[in-house]
Design a protein around this ligand. Sequence first.
Ligand SMILES: *[C@@H]1O[C@H](CO)[C@@H](O)[C@H](O)[C@H]1NC(C)=O
Ligand SMILES: *[C@@H]1O[C@H](CO)[C@@H](O)[C@H](O)[C@H]1NC(C)=O
Ligand SMILES: *[C@@H]1O[C@H](CO)[C@@H](O)[C@H](O)[C@H]1NC(C)=O
Ligand SMILES: *[C@@H]1O[C@H](CO)[C@@H](O)[C@H](O)[C@H]1NC(C)=O
Length: 462
Amino acid sequence: MAPTSSNIVTGGRGKDWIRWTVSVLLGCCIGILFFYTTGQMSSYETSYPRAFHPPAPVKNSTANGETNSMQSSLYKGSLEFFNKLPKVRVPSINCAALFEGIEKEVQNAKSLMKSSPKKIIPDKDILNDASNCDKFVRDRQYIMSTLSREEEEYPIAYSMVVFKEVEQVERLLRAIYRPQNLYCFHVDKKSPENFYIAVRQISNCFENVFIASKRIDVQWGQYSVLEADLICMEELLKKSRKWKYFINLTGQEFPLKTNLELVKILKTYNGANDIEGTVKRRNMNRFKDLPTPPYNITPMKGSVHIVASRPFVDFVLNDPKAKEFHEWDKKAGIPDESFFTTLNHNPQLGAPGAFTGKDPETHPEKKPFNTRFKNWGDWPFDYPCHGKRVRMVCIFGIGDLPLLMQRKEFFSNKFYLDYEPLAYDCMEELHYNRTMAAYMLPFDNSYYKNLSYVRNHVKVKW
Ligand SMILES: *[C@@H]1O[C@H](CO)[C@@H](O)[C@H](O)[C@H]1NC(C)=O
Ligand SMILES: *[C@@H]1O[C@H](CO)[C@@H](O)[C@H](O)[C@H]1NC(C)=O
Ligand SMILES: *[C@@H]1O[C@H](CO)[C@@H](O)[C@H](O)[C@H]1NC(C)=O
Ligand SMILES: *[C@@H]1O[C@H](CO)[C@@H](O)[C@H](O)[C@H]1NC(C)=O
């Protein structure tokens, strides 16, 4: 029953006593909870108060000098806190063994997926469920509490471009949902009507989830992709003054970090953006018919996934230089791959959080890209793929779980629910285990603190 080190986000090295304490604590909580839930599954009626807090954290310093308010000992008496966190267990499969790559369990999983293939839940069924919000939120165990002051004081804004399969979109939302954050869905205009209505219905269940007011026909490689994101960005900025960072997602990704971990990392970033960029790998054809860009700008190419500070988002939307470059970039090929990264890697523009280091090239050690783990199969994003490749990108299968567990990135891309669905199920189990463990373990931020883009960025008062 006690968790192995594989299901815990390990913090400091060699802190065996912490691991030991955590194992005992986790084992204890889960033991009690198992006892509790197996008997009373159908009458699980706990409702989550909006602002539930664990006992006031005691400030103490960890080895790396960071204040760590989540010392394990604080939660010894607080079973109530952990009982409120959802537990996810994949039936009939030992996910922990899959994360360790144990061949026998891999075979078990494969034959199980063959003998009982997953049926994706039809959009209209989820639409139905979401028409009773109280029940929807309760049955699916959404986390309706901020969980800690540290997280409450550090909200994150999400933009999610989605186009199909409500089941996967809903499970992603559920994994990242917290009442203090803000979520904007952009539903593609071409999406089936049932999909749109279901996403809208789900949004109606939460005060802090909304659908972008304008729907755009998203065509890959055209201006519309960028526009979809800008609409969400703008509305997120208008709706709340509080959020600190912006993260954009698609419906086919899954978190590798918990909300508390993201908050701790983003606080370490301290205003820096993590936006991928390359000059070497860009395709000059995309710019060939264009006039010289304004302000001595070097156009870059980068991933469409970004982690950006609030002042950067504000700059992107409102700064006159950014607007001028936007006009220029609209005429380039695949503008969404050049807009954000160019603003982030031309520090003469003064974009908040922009990279001021020497070499903007993405590099696994020198300038890693921690926003997204996406396996493209070529440098610098080249890893063996144990799933299948679709247009170069690895669609993760169960064989990819051991690698996914090790990664330092925020989110992983991508999963198909109809391809080795146990991979996604186990990611979910791991994520909820980690959500709990993150409150018991110190967090070691030394890797993030030392990143070149964190050490070298345009700093602004904020
Ligand atoms: C999650 O935690 C439970 C309880 O400790 C454990 O049995 C299970 O193997 C863990 N799952 C993963 C994926 O680590
Ligand atoms: C802080 O932690 C250290 C060791 O980790 C311990 O010796 C010290 O007593 C703690 N201080 C407080 C105020 O808890
Ligand atoms: C965010 O992600 C979507 C989906 O991949 C993408 O279309 C969009 O361009 C991204 N937005 C930003 C801000 O790069
Ligand atoms: C910090 O990062 C640099 C590369 O940017 C690396 O060479 C160095 O080993 C890192 N230091 C630590 C303590 O991780």
